[in-house]
Design a protein around this ligand. Sequence first.
Ligand SMILES: [Fe+2]
Length: 470
Amino acid sequence: MVSTTEKLATHRTPAISDLYRDVRARTMQIVAPLETEDYVIQTAEFMSPPRWHIGHTSWFFETLLQAHQPGYKVYSDEYLFYFNSYYEGFGERIARPKRGTRSRPTVRDTVAYRKHVDEQMLPFLEAIEQKRDAEKILSLVRLGLEHEMQHQELLVYDIKHLLADQFDAPIKPAPAASAKVAGMAEIEGGLFWLGHASQVQSPKSKVQSPESSVVSPESSVLSPNYDFAFDNEKPTHQVFLHDYALDRAPVSNGDFLAFIRDGGYQNFRWWFSEGWEAVNRETWRAPLYWELHDNQWLIRDFSGLHPAESKANEPVCHVSFFEASAFAKWAGKRLPTEAEWEKAAGYDHRTRERTNFPWGDTAPDLTQANLFENGLWAPAAIGAFPAGANAFGCHQMIGDVWEWTTSDYVPYPGFKSEFDEYNDKWFVNQKVLRGGSFATPQLHIRSTYRNFFHAHERWMTSGFRCAQDI
Ligand SMILES: [Fe+2]
C-alpha cells in the first residue's frame, strides 16, 4: 500500500480532490498520538491548542463553502467565532491568548466538524469544473491546502512546546553525515531576478545579453510541475548583489556552544539594543529547549534530553533573530539578505538559470532534504544530505531549520495581493526566514518561499547560516 506521504512525494500536483484528502489526512496523522486532554491546553500565548488547529483549518474551508456553495448552511455560529484566527473580514473571534481557556467545542465535536466540512468539500471539489468561477475557486482551495500545511508545521511547534519528549512521535532513524561540509562559498554578485517568476506576472519582453549573467524572466519561469507560489513571492524583479560569501552549512549546536561558552549571552556588544533587552527580560542563556544540568548544556527534543555535545554537528534550532544576529557579529560575519540566500538556493551559475531548489528543479525527495516526510522530527547531522547541495557546496538550505535572513518582510516591488488578509497585512516589523524545516511538508517548500516571524520569536524551528562581504 502506498502511504500518503509517498503519494505526495511522487505526485507533485495530484488532482485537487486527491491532494485535499492527503493533506487533510496528514493533519490527523500528526495529532493521532495525542490524548484528549492534550488537545485543549495552551502552554504559551504564542502557541495554540491542537484542537484549535484542527478546527481552524476546517473553518478555512467552511468560509469557502459559505461563499461558493449555493445554499450552504453554517455548521455553528459559535465555531465561526472560536475557529477564526485573525480575519477581520470574517467577523468577531476569540483573542489568540484565550484559545486555551475553554473546553468547548470538545475535541469530539471538533473532529465531527472536520468530518462535516470534508463531507461537503469532496463532492464540491468533484463538481468544481462545472462552476462558472472554477479557476478562482480552485486557487482558493489550493490556498486552503497550503494554509493547512502551514498549520501542520505549527502543530509540530506547538506539540513540542506542549509535550516535547512526552509526545510519542513516530520518529524514523536519522541518516548519518556522509559528507564533510566546511567553509564558505564565494558567490558572484550582479543583477539577480529575485522572487517567483509566475507566467502571469513576469514581464513580457526583457531579454538580457548572454554575458550579463542575468537571467530573463522568460528563461527563469519555474518548472511547470511546480504550480503554486504565494503572492508574497511575486513578482520577480531585479536586485543588485555585491559579491558575497555564504556558509556552506547552517550554524551548528557546536558552533553555538562556543558562543555561549565565550559569554555571548553576557556581552552586550554582540546584541542589537532590542535583542539585549530581550536577553535580560527573558533571562536567555541559550536557545529555547536548552537546559543546564550540572553545568552541562542539554537539548530537549521529541526523542528526549541529549547532551548538546552529542548534537554538536547538527544545525542549531530555536534561536531568535536576535540570537542569530549576535552570533554572527561575534563570529565576525553577518546574516545574509534574502536575495543572497535565494541566489544560493535557486540559481545555477553554470546555466545561468533560476531553479526551484538548490539541486535543480526536481521535487524534494528523502535524500535531498530533511522535511516532514523524512519523519526525523529534528534537524539532521550536517552532511547527511549531500544530494541536496547546491553547485557551490552549500548543504541543507532546504529542510532541517528555517534560516533567518537580515531582510525585513516587506512587499516586493509590484506586489499584488491575491488573498485579502493572508500575507499582505503582515508586511511590518517581521524578518524573513527561508528554506523550510524538518516540520515542513515536501510539497510546501521552494527556493522562493518567504516565511516571516518577529525578531524575538524562537518556538518555531528557526536556525541560520552566516554570510560575509568579500
Ligand atoms: Fe490560519
